[in-house]
Design a binder for this molecule. Structure first.
Ligand SMILES: C[S@@+](CC[C@H](N)C(=O)[O-])C[C@H]1O[C@@H](n2cnc3c(N)ncnc32)[C@H](O)[C@@H]1O
Length: 255
């Protein structure tokens, strides 16, 4: 387990409408359940009991999923990424790129580990994908975390990275590539990540979907897969491993 210093920045909520709709759905079912209880069983006590139990179960399920989603976005993903960054084994002088950095959850944790290096974040700042997402918010977080001197932000599309070939020692991306709607676009984003990685460099993609396609795309772009696994319950955006994030790690061979 990695020990990270306390966070001082504000990192918002991933896909903020998702837990909101889950909680609203739960509240509606709970209200219906209350209405049924007030109406009483009428002439069909068994049907009444079943409908009350069904509504109560549905409401609890939605509240549970909303709670787990919020836990992962506020706590779990930070804990898991701290461990992943430790696994990468940064020496402190690398040039690292975070694709779809948002408010800087991963970017700034990495920057803390790069006292002599540079952490570059690229995003197009979608507030549907992360609440309050904006370049100035990430810059403020960098200042609050005390790493502004080694952080650089770029606005752009991950399918067309504005960087030279082989210009980063490490490339990471967290919960970002699945937001590209078409498979061809995601392939482009993954191949761009491979293109800007230096020979001998390391790459880590964490995402909720499409991990097998990412691994195949990385191999097709000449990278060697070094890890492909589920990241456990701390990275579940709801109840169950099917809404959990997975890691695809790779290196670019030196020759
Ligand atoms: C769920 S947020 C995750 C942010 C951050 N990586 C984290 O873990 O907190 C997804 C991010 O991907 C960015 N994004 C989505 N599609 C993008 C694209 N085509 N190019 C650049 N950024 C993109 C969004 O703006 C958003 O900041």
């Amino acid at each position: 387990m990695s020990s990270s210093p306390p966070r001082r920045g504000e990192y918002g909520f991933d896909a903020p409408y998702a837990p909101l709709f889950m909680a609203l759905g739960g509240a509606c079912l709970l209200a219906l359940c209350g209405l049924r209880l007030r109406e009483g069983p009428g002439g069909a006590p068994m049907a009444h009991r079943v409908s009350v139990a069904g509504l109560a179960f549905g409401a609890s399920w939605l509240f549970l999923n909303a709670g787990l989603f919020v836990y992962t976005t506020r706590v779990g993903k930070f804990a898991v990424w701290a461990e992943l960054l430790d696994e990468i084994g940064l020496e402190g002088d690398e040039r690292l790129l975070d694709i779809g950095c948002g408010r800087g959850a991963v970017l700034l944790m990495a920057a803390r580990r790069l006292p002599r290096g540079r952490a570059v974040g690229l995003d197009h700042w979608s507030t549907a994908d992360q609440s309050g997402n904006a370049e100035r918010v990430t810059l403020r977080n960098a200042a609050l975390e005390g790493v502004a001197d080694r952080v650089e932000l770029r606005t752009g599309d991950m399918r067309e990275l504005p960087f030279a070939d082989e210009s980063f020692d490490v490339v990471v991306s967290s919960l970002a590539i699945h937001n590209v709607p078409a498979a061809a676009g995601r392939t482009k984003a993954v191949c761009e990540a491979a293109r800007v990685l230096k020979r001998g460099g390391k790459l880590a993609i964490v995402d909720m979907r499409h991990d097998r396609a990412y691994a195949a795309d990385l191999e097709a772009c000449g990278l060697k897969i070094t890890g492909h696994r589920s990241l456990g319950h701390r990275f579940w955006y709801g109840f169950g491993p099917w809404v959990g994030a997975r890691l695809v790690a790779a290196t670019k061979p030196t020759s």
